[in-house]
Design a protein. Structure first.
Length: 307
C-alpha cells in the first residue's frame, strides 16, 4: 500500500515558519548538513580548484622572491622573519559566482513511503552539497535574495545558519519561487524545487533571472508518487497552502488526466529553460542524491565557458 502524506508539524521545516519555522529548521538541518557533506565527498573526486595567483585584492600566499622581479612586490615584514625575501601574492579573481536557491515552500514537505526522504530534505542536501563542491573548486556561492556570494570553506554551516535566521525573522511561509531579479552576467544559477507553481510564473522568474545573460540550471524534485499517481478508491487530497480539500470516490479515474497535465506542466518549464539556454532536469526522491549532484556538477562545469 502506498502511503503518501505531508510531514506533520514536528517534521515540517518549511511550513508554519511564522509560528516555529526556525525551531523546525534548526532541528532538521544538522543531519542534513552531515548528509550534504557525505554526498559532496562521493562526488568530490576529480574536482580541481581554480585558485591561482593574479590580479585581485584577496591575499593568497607568500612565495620566494625571484631575481628580476619588481621590488615593489616584496613583503618586507614577512621577509624580516626569515633569511629569504618573499613576495606577497594575491588571488586571481576570476572565480565564477553561482547562486543556489533551495525551495522550502510548503509543497516541498510532501513525502511518500516510496521516497528516500522528503522533497525539502533532498533540495537542502543537494543545494548545500553543491555549494561545498563549488567552494572547494574555487568558486563563490550565494543564495539569491539571502546572502552575498561567499568563498568560505564553512559554506554549508554558513548557509544553514543564514536560513535558520531567516526562518526566525520571517512572518510568512517561504516563497515558491526565487526572486526574479536579473543576475549579473557571467554568473550561474542553480534552482532546486518541485516547481509546481503556474508555468507562467516560473517562466517569468527564469526570464527575469536570465535577463542579463546568466546561465541557469533547474532541477525539478519529485516524489515518485507524484509521477505514478497510485491512488484508488475513496481519497482525500489536501492543499498544502490552504485548508481546501478534495474528496473523490474513484481516484483512479483522475489518473490519465493527471499524468497528461503533469507532462504538459513539465514541458512548459522545460521550454522556459530552453528559451534562455538553461538546463532542465527531473530528480526523483527515490534515487540517490549523489546521482543528481554528479549530473548537476557536470552541467555547471559545462556552463563555465566564457568565464
Amino acid at each position: 500500500m502506498i502511503d503518501a502524506r505531508l510531514l506533520d508539524k514536528t517534521e515540517r521545516g518549511a511550513a508554519n515558519r511564522h509560528q516555529k519555522g526556525a525551531l523546525d529548521l534548526a532541528r532538521r538541518l544538522p543531519p542534513l548538513v552531515v548528509a550534504a557533506k557525505e554526498v559532496a565527498a562521493t562526488v568530490m573526486h576529480g574536482v580541481h580548484g581554480r585558485r591561482r595567483a593574479g590580479i585581485g585584492e584577496t591575499f593568497w600566499q607568500f612565495r620566494p622572491f625571484v631575481w628580476g622581479e619588481s621590488t615593489t612586490r616584496i613583503d618586507w615584514r614577512r621577509s624580516a622573519r626569515d633569511d629569504r625575501i618573499y613576495v606577497r601574492e594575491r588571488e586571481w579573481e576570476a572565480a565564477h559566482t553561482v547562486w543556489i536557491w533551495m525551495d522550502r515552500s510548503p509543497s516541498m514537505a510532501y513525502v511518500s513511503n516510496l521516497a528516500m526522504q522528503p522533497k525539502i530534505d533532498r533540495a537542502l542536501v543537494l543545494g548545500l552539497a553543491a555549494a561545498d563542491l563549488l567552494v572547494r573548486a574555487g568558486e563563490r556561492v550565494g543564495i539569491p535574495g539571502l546572502t552575498r556570494a561567499l568563498a568560505t570553506r564553512g559554506i554549508i554551516e554558513r548557509f544553514s545558519e543564514t536560513m535558520i535566521d531567516e526562518e526566525r525573522r520571517a512572518t510568512q511561509p517561504p516563497a515558491e519561487l526565487p526572486p526574479a531579479d536579473a543576475l549579473p552576467p557571467r554568473t550561474q544559477a542553480v534552482l532546486l524545487g518541485d516547481f509546481l507553481s503556474p508555468p507562467e510564473e516560473i517562466t517569468a522568474t527564469i526570464h527575469g533571472m536570465a535577463a542579463r545573460g546568466a546561465i541557469g540550471h533547474v532541477v525539478m524534485i519529485a516524489d515518485p508518487v507524484e509521477e505514478i499517481f497510485p491512488f484508488t478508491g475513496h481519497t482525500e487530497f489536501r492543499d498544502v497552502d490552504t485548508s481546501a480539500t478534495l474528496r473523490v470516490g474513484e481516484a483512479e479515474s483522475f489518473r490519465d488526466d493527471y499524468v497528461k497535465r503533469l507532462a504538459a506542466h513539465r514541458d512548459a518549464v522545460r521550454q522556459a529553460c530552453r528559451s534562455r539556454g538553461w538546463s532542465f532536469a527531473i530528480h526523483r526522491t527515490d534515487r540517490p542524491a549523489s546521482e543528481a549532484l554528479l549530473a548537476l556538477r557536470l552541467r555547471l562545469e559545462a556552463g563555465q565557458g566564457g568565464g
